[in-house]
Ligand binder design. Structure first.
Ligand code: NAD
Ligand code: DAU
Length: 366
């Protein structure tokens, strides 16, 4: 096997791929980095991450010593850094996940979302276009996007790849804008792009400002679980490792210029999901008294709260053969288990200690 790989490397100089993954220290990005290192021992993976509050190198502590892994602390808005990275490492591919990702934060700080999600993405597109020239062969720019760009569904129907964009929050408007720029660079400059729009992810390493990890953390600490409005909003949940698998499939087998929807055909009303989670938590931990469900507290609704998201992932299944691997109950059980086995991660993240640590670390190094 080793001889075969070496032979291929001599015969095909591009065999060893060099891939830039942006936002690789975040929730989904860290699973994508791990998957690519595990699946493709011949690839060099460059993880460019600004380490905002959501970026955490502890997510990657198990692979940080891998000789094919390289971390670069930096901002996708820094065009000279991007230029350097493309020329220094002769990058073959980009998987772009770096983003401001939380809807509630986009309501209070919309400009942060314009800066990273829109301007940062265009900056990255420009760097790839300049580095790869007019006829890029064997290159790929993969933009990771969200189902929220399609807006909100009523009680029926699913989002398909041809559903018209109708974003409602500053977050989804910024992601929709970035998707349009990515498509424009394909049409105008023939940049070899591919886009995926995925539904809500859950699983290990999910930052506890989002619904599922927030509820796990609050139940562990016997704190109220805030549910917006009446808890009737619906989301379509996918285990994060299945998303990473889909990204791998699309990166390698998707067609240039195409969009692929990713989802698990797994819709849950928020309140039903939280009741299921409370049952799993009650099975896992000792409570002072009664069920965790007593902690459910209905609070003011999110402004402009989208009612329902639901993805039709038929194209991905039919054209590229991808299917989700886990049932939701199983995935949720695994997730709860992970949070109990990784209490230090949760404590560091909620105390903000890891941010202070990185600030000190990188100040000392420069
Ligand atoms: P996350 O917030 O957990 O991670 C984002 C990462 O990007 C962090 O590591 C952060 O430090 C980094 N980052 C932010 N701004 C940066 C900048 N200017 N330069 C470099 N790095 C920067 O997000 P996530 O939930 O892992 O989402 C990743 C991507 O997937 C996003 O593009 C998001 O829109 C998309 N997405 C997320 C979901 C979901 O359910 N979480 C679903 C569909 C699509
Ligand atoms: O659909 C994909 C999107 O899913 C991604 O693009 C986003 O990056 C990701 O954050 C997620 O967005 P949501 O807004 O759907 O996720 P969130 O976990 O914030 O909320 C899920 C649902 O739970 C939503 O209807 C709002 C509700 N909610 C959320 C929080 C944080 C509550 O009821 N209470 C809460 O405290």
């Amino acid at each position: 096997m080793v001889i075969f790989v070496l032979l291929l490397k001599v015969l095909i100089p591009n065999f060893m791929k060099k891939i830039l993954i942006t936002g690789g220290a975040g929730f989904i990005g860290s699973h994508v980095v791990r998957r690519f290192l595990q699946q493709y021992p011949d690839y060099q993976i460059f993880n460019l991450d600004k380490l905002t509050y959501a970026g955490n190198l502890q997510n990657l502590s198990d692979i940080e010593q891998n000789p094919n892994y390289h971390f670069i602390m930096g901002d996708i808005c820094d065009s000279s850094l991007l230029q350097t990275l493309f020329s220094k490492y002769a990058l073959d591919g980009v998987i772009h996940l770096a983003a401001e990702s939380h809807v509630d934060r986009s309501i209070s700080h919309p400009m942060d979302f314009v800066q990273t999600n829109v301007l940062g993405t265009v900056n990255l597109l420009n760097a790839a276009k300049e580095a790869w020239g007019k006829t890029p062969s064997n290159k790929r720019f993969y933009h990771v996007s969200t189902d929220e760009v399609y807006g909100s569904l009523g009680e029926k129907g699913l989002f398909t790849e041809t559903t018209a964009y109708d974003p409602k929050s500053p977050y989804s408007a910024s992601k929709a804008s970035s998707d349009h720029f990515v498509k424009a660079y394909y049409n105008t400059y023939s940049l070899p792009i591919v886009i995926s729009n995925c539904s809500n992810n859950y699983g290990p390493n999910h930052f506890p400002e989002k619904l599922i990890p927030m509820a796990i953390n609050n139940i562990k600490n016997n704190q109220p679980i805030p549910i917006y409005g009446k808890g009737e909003n619906i989301r379509d949940w996918l285990y994060v490792i299945d998303h990473a698998r889909a990204i791998d499939t699309i990166f390698h087998h998707g067609n240039n210029g195409e969009t692929y929807n990713i989802g698990g055909f797994n819709e849950w009303k928020n309140i039903d999901l939280i009741h299921l989670l409370c049952c799993l938590m009650d099975e896992t931990m000792e409570r002072p008294s009664g069920s965790s469900a007593q902690l459910i507290t209905f609070v003011n609704d999110r402004s402009g709260h989208d009612l329902r998201y639901a993805i039709d992932a038929t194209k991905l299944a039919h054209e590229l053969g991808w299917q989700p691997s886990l049932q939701f109950e199983e995935g949720l059980k695994k997730t709860v288990k992970w949070y109990f086995e990784n209490e230090e991660w949760l404590t560091n993240v909620t105390s903000g200690e890891y941010q202070t640590y990185y600030q000190t670390l990188y100040k000392e190094k420069t």
